[in-house]
Design a protein. Sequence first.
Length: 284
Amino acid sequence: MTKTSDNAPKPAGSEYGAGHTPLTYNSYLMVEQLKKLQICKSDPAHHDEPLFIIIHQTYELWFKLILHELDTVVELINNDNPRKATFYMRRVVQILRVLVNQIHILETMSPKDFLGFRNLLNPASGFQSSQFREIEFMAGLREPRMLQHFSRDTEAFEILQKRFNDPSLGELFYRALERKGFNLPRSGDIEPGAPDPNQEIRINELTKLYDEPDKYLDLHDLAERLIDLDELIMLWRTHHVTVVERIIGFKQGTGGSEGVGYLRSTLTKKCFPDLWALRTVLTA
């Protein structure tokens, strides 16, 4: 048998094994497949419809990553590792900052241009973003009627039902605090707008996080990242409704919703109301 010189050139791709080709940027990220996912409903395709599709597809990819990180946060809180949970919450917060600004790209589309293909979107609606609803449910914003938007989507409905029934981030945070000796009584189901008889007790307990930050540093930092999450969800809603009003005014939503009127009604919803309320009672 003839010995092959170590310096002899090897066939292209031979170092990857028979039948294999080297990994490339495009193949790893499946770029060619991604580029084929923007299918316009307008015919001929309206110039601005790819803009509309790509922005919303990008949102869904970011939502997927947020849920991936929040699932890790849940696991870490359950394992009494608030410092590592805060690490991943910071990532979620940075993603949300991107999402707040991203919505304004839609403002480069004129109202008339959007009307050029908007009617073709019926009856699809932003209400049907199951991943955004997952994020809301995890954060503690839970309206049973929101589940009904997915009653015909078996897979999404099952996932959302589980998110709805699982403890929220706020509940898990309170359990972690209780394991450290905090007294945080909950009042069960309360009618919207009705006073919570136990809120004052909880707020007085939560002030320890701020009155003794060195003692509870990791939990204090996690509380602040939860507030960041809440604030950015509210900011995203505010920016979203403003952009929607700028483009379509007070027209009815494509899925039959009230459009801007409904969106404005969501602006005051808070995921962690106790963490907001305690700021009023903190003293120097």
